[in-house]
Ligand binder design. Sequence first.
Ligand code: PSU
Ligand code: MN
Length: 303
Amino acid sequence: MIPLAKSKEVQAAEAGNMPVVALESTIITHGLPWPRNLETALLVEETVRTAGAVPATIAVIGGVIQAGLDKSALETLAQARNVSKLSRADLAPTLATGGDGSTTVAATMICAQLAGIACFATGGIGGVHRGAETSFDISADLDELSKTPVTVVCAGAKAILDIPKTLEALETRGVPVIGWRTDDFPAFWSASSGLPVPLRMDDAETIARAHRLRGDLGLEGGQLVVNPISAGHEIPYLEISPAIESAIEEAEAKGITGKAVTPFLLEKVLEATQGRSLEANIALVCNNARLAAEIAVALNRLD
Ligand code: PSU
Ligand code: MN
């Protein structure tokens, strides 16, 4: 039996045939600092509700996958230190040992699918790191997108990654990368990375139909919808890039490897850019939550 529990809100949504949007928890434990992480988690959930869907923030607590966390569980998670960051590899071992952890994009996709949730919002996905030709550092998020039938909405990828290689890796894995009302692949803080996005869609219904058709065709895997940050919140690449360069140098000098790399880089960039990148980060996650809710509503209508 799968140790999976749903919050009251998610259970009620299921009973009432309401659309549900999954949300990841690594962004809370490893992506944003306390107390803004809690504030953001609550704000993102509220954004999903306002847009007509029900939020299900996912984490593992005491060896049980939780689909939907109440306020006190979110608070505990947001304040906890040294929380395990769970990706595909860690999920079953953590359940077996009765452990706790926050879920990455990859693990959240797996849990969402188990909970019957087809749509998921986050900030940025993991990807191919710069220097991956020697380090082999490629996020499990990319393989997951090719395996698990969940539509993930993000703001593209952070420039801590090698964006051209990340796009190539997604193409190799047959993951549809869909620009939301844009022809450019967004780069998290910037609306454009300077690279074209492979596909473009301008309405949520089409994204929902593509999701369904992918399943009907027997193609495994999900879709990646990339939603550019709004113009008012953009941070020019030239402004953010020195922080990224020095974070990468510091990670190399300190010999940071494995799953510690992404949280280390996120923390360093955040420190270096102070408030501005944090505000942008929060704004874009909410923007993605709104779009994911729209897609979840459209998926719900197709049923
Ligand atoms: N990129 C971001 N913010 C994040 C992450 C990535 O801009 O919070 C988190 C997500 O949870 C993502 C994970 O799934 O880091 C990827 O980690 P890794 O590169 O170790 O696979
Ligand atoms: Mn990695």
